[in-house]
Design a protein around this ligand. Structure first.
Ligand SMILES: N[C@@H](CCC(=O)N[C@@H](CS)C(=O)NCC(=O)O)C(=O)O
Length: 204
């Protein structure tokens, strides 16, 4: 059995993708447990809070909540600041991503097409660009949040940013976060990181 088993849905993206990237970049001995079609209803009650990602750690137990998993992996594999204040600053940004992701994810459950369009256009008109500007103000000279050292927070920002930039959401323009050049530069640096390139090369 692998030391770490990461359970998440079978697609590139979402809350599980940054965890998979962190395991890969950390050089962990890990199993990529992708939920097959129709298996979620059965697995859901077995998770700590009824959601994924979930990380099982051999000899320790199971973690849920994407930010707790990322914090743990970041501390374990040297991708989270050791300084307590800097660590908390990164966690602040992890939470800010989660807060905005939850607002956007709410629109996935809207079944009526016009209502879904209106909800997404409203997010694109104000909250999403405003969020990007707030994150922008937290980024320094780069390329990453912690300068030259890639962190799990960079991975979370990258995956979230990619959701929009790739056109993953109808009615939300692909450049909705483009008013934040440092954020864009950070995400491009993550995408170009050799470990990230190798991760996707092995999965296309
Ligand atoms: N706060 C949790 C949210 C977990 C969550 O809602 N995950 C989604 C996938 S991204 C999920 O499990 N959806 C299926 C469900 O809730 O039944 C986290 O950050 O991990």
């Amino acid at each position: 059995m692998a030391t770490y088993t990461l359970t998440y849905f079978d697609f590139h993206g979402g809350r599980g993708e940054d965890c998979r990237l962190a395991l890969h970049l950390g050089g962990a001995d890990w199993a990529d447990d992708r939920l097959g079609r129709g298996t979620w209803a059965e697995r859901k009650p077995t998770t700590p809070f009824g959601g994924v990602p979930v990380l099982a750690v051999e000899g320790k137990g199971t973690l849920a909540q994407s930010n707790a998993i990322l914090g743990y992996l970041g501390r374990t594999f040297g991708m989270h600041p050791a300084d307590p204040f800097e660590g908390a600053r990164h966690e602040m940004i992890l939470e800010a991503v989660e807060e905005m992701r939850t607002k956007v994810s709410t629109t996935l459950a809207i079944s009526e097409p016009e209502a879904k369009k209106a909800a997404r256009e409203a997010l694109a008109a104000g909250p999403l660009p405003a969020w990007a500007a707030q994150v922008e103000a937290c980024i320094g000279d780069g390329p990453f949040l912690a300068g030259d050292a890639l962190s799990v927070t960079d991975l979370k920002l990258f995956v979230f940013h990619k959701w929009f930039a790739s056109g993953g959401l109808d009615h939300v323009p692909t450049d909705v976060l483009a008013g934040a050049p440092k954020l864009t530069r950070l995400c491009e640096a993550v995408k170009a990181h050799p470990g990230v390139v190798a991760y996707y090369a092995a999965r296309t």
